[in-house]
Design a protein. Structure first.
Length: 391
């Protein structure tokens, strides 16, 4: 690894973290002035800091978008996980937890964001990568979603992973500088999150109060780069679920005002208005976020459904309430309920998502078959239709 700057003082480490989080090529004048006003002073040499960031995070090509930071974060987390293996001794010892699982296990012995779920978080981010900025354009939807918290979370994941990599590569294994750097990164990141919609979202979805600097348990979770990557994936996944729910709210609005189409002689009326269940990706996102947070006395599936209804689908459920008799709903939920009857509960990420996907495909095939039959009958007389049906 190339020789890098020493980030061995709290002030220097914090200023550096804020520089990287700003996602700018050069340190701002405000940051330079702030460093010069400290005692002892932190003199920021822009050329040195830019070169250092380029070496740590491969920023030579100046690609600083969310997608590029996502790739960097994943690569650096994977590297940190590989390097952590040597700290566990015998890698085949099943009694030993992953290193990053161990450092962020809560008082109940649970790690809500384990290393094993990294493929799930990566899939969510890749599947929803195009939805990084969604506005609440409908007056019925109050939730907000913006790109800034997402960028902050992904960049923080990369920075914390890099701090762990540097620690694992050192020979003396002194934890002082590592802990100082990680706390400086957390201070800078949390300060950014608490200033925008990210703070409320982190509390709603992860039960982490970023406004409480004394949150020792939260700080333990946040020391893992996997936690920050999970936060980014969950946040972006929430944006996707919110967008899909908003679309269904818009459709409900159209169905509610169907009578107004009578004024338009060219309008085509709705034949079979449907409120479809959440698609498989929405279900997958909700379960990935919430299943492991379910209390011991709650069925994880029931817990996920309740949390989703509370945070994402509450408005949608209210808007569609008066239209349920006109629509086909909950096929996936009914099938899933059957699959978990008699005390048999499936615990992986895919079962509900697969059921939802299967029901969506069955419904699509049924609609296609119905349309084919309707097309076939279009040019037939009523007697011919009855004869074809065996009447």
């Amino acid at each position: 690894m190339a020789k890098l700057m020493r980030l061995d003082t709290k002030a220097r480490a914090n200023l550096y973290a804020r520089f990287v989080l700003s996602n700018r090529k050069y340190p701002s004048d405000t940051l330079i002035e702030e460093g010069a006003a400290l005692t002892p002073r932190v003199l920021i040499d822009c050329s040195v800091w830019v070169a250092d960031a380029a070496a740590r995070f491969q920023l030579e090509d100046n690609k600083r978008g969310t997608r590029e930071w996502d790739i960097r974060a994943r690569t650096m987390i994977e590297a940190a996980i590989r390097k952590s293996k040597g700290r566990l001794g015998n890698d085949d010892d099943d009694d030993k937890k992953e290193y990053f699982d161990a450092i962020c296990t809560d008082a109940d012995g649970r790690c809500l964001f384990p290393v094993a779920k990294m493929p799930s978080y990566e899939m969510i981010l890749r599947a929803t990568a195009g939805l990084v900025c969604i506005d609440a354009s409908s007056s019925l939807v109050e939730a907000k979603f913006s790109q800034r918290p997402l960028n902050s979370m992904v960049i923080t994941a990369a920075m914390i992973a890099e701090a762990w990599i540097e620690y694992f590569q050192r020979q003396d294994k002194d934890t002082t500088v590592r802990d100082l750097r990680i706390h400086a990164i957390l201070d800078a990141s949390i300060d950014r999150l608490r200033k925008d919609v990210g703070a409320k979202w982190v509390w709603d979805f992860l039960a982490i109060d970023v406004k409480d600097n004394a949150g020792v348990k939260a700080r333990a979770w946040l020391r893992s780069p996997v936690t920050w990557y999970a936060m980014a994936a969950s946040y972006n996944g929430y944006g996707y679920a919110l967008n899909m729910s908003t679309a269904r709210v818009s459709q409900a609005y159209a169905v509610l005002h169907e009578d107004e189409l009578a004024r338009d002689s060219t309008a085509a009326f709705f034949r079979t208005p449907q409120r479809v269940p959440p698609d498989w990706l929405e279900v997958y996102i909700m379960e990935t976020i919430f299943q492991m947070q379910a209390p011991a006395d709650r069925n994880p599936k029931d817990f996920v459904k309740a949390k989703g209804a509370q945070l994402v689908y509450k408005t949608e459920n209210e808007v569609w309430k008066d239209l349920e008799e006109k629509t086909i709903v909950d096929d996936a939920e009914a099938s899933h309920a059957a699959s978990t009857s008699n005390g048999h509960h499936l615990n992986n990420d895919f079962d509900y998502a697969q059921v939802a996907a299967q029901e969506t495909r069955k419904r699509k095939r049924a609609r296609e078959a119905s349309q084919l039959q309707e097309d076939a009958y279009a040019d037939m007389s009523w007697d011919e239709v009855l004869a074809d049906c065996g009447a």
